[in-house]
Design a protein around this ligand. Sequence first.
Ligand code: ADP
Length: 276
Amino acid sequence: TQAALVESEKLASLGQLAAGMAHEINNPIAFVTNNLAVLRRDLGEIVALVDKYEETRQYIREAPPGLMDELAQIESDCDFSWLRDHLPELLRSSNDGLSRVRDIVNNLRDFARLDQATQDDVDLGRAITTTVEVLRHEIDEKQIHIDTDLQPVPTFLGRGDKINHVLYNVLLNAIQASPEGASLKIRLSPLPEAARIEVEDSGSGMDSETLGRVFEPFFTTKPVGTGTGLGMSVSYGIVRDHGGTMSLESQLNCGTTVTIDLPLASARSSKSESPA
Ligand code: ADP
């Protein structure tokens, strides 16, 4: 059943992730589509005018009366100043939109680390910045200010995809608990034989009953359909599987700090090698 829990939480988080991604991707695509529609319309007009000009040249050869009026009309139709003024901006924002899509896809790839099913060196600082980018839509929507203090720590031996999953769950909870415009502090610091990650929000906080049940599978205070109640329990399991600890400090209406300590490989192997 533990495996089933992990699987269903993975699916729930993937669903949230996919919804966020879809939102993020739709915006730049809308830009590009819009810009291209404008360009197609204006370029169509140019082609029609060139055709008309060709026709008029033919006309000039036959020199009918009223020729000068026709030419004056074409001249006034040939006002492309709007397009000339806006073309660079249209092309630039199309380009920005496509770059954004590229970044999102890269982030998603880094985040999922689909190629990394076994233990590997995890750059915890990079894992944090990647997860922040993956949650960019939620962060911007609530105008949350992210304040990061990422000190260098040795690379950590573990499952990169699982560590990303923990960071995603903890950060999403912190964002969801925060009021609009709040600040969220993320710290990464070295301990003698471990790396410490702290996520501090100034959000709703928890009463002691909630705090006591946070790691219980399916415990949620969020409305039906919003929370699965699995984020914290699954994260706790992942951190424990890496030999680490996860603890919470919270005060109702003041905020919550989640502290995750991950032991470095040397500390873990010396522990497991020592006699019982
Ligand atoms: P979910 O987020 O789906 O409810 P979790 O297991 O991630 O499930 O969290 C369980 C509960 O713990 C949440 O419903 C919420 O009440 C509480 N919680 C977790 N993180 C925070 C936080 N940063 N601030 C306030 N409450 C939190």
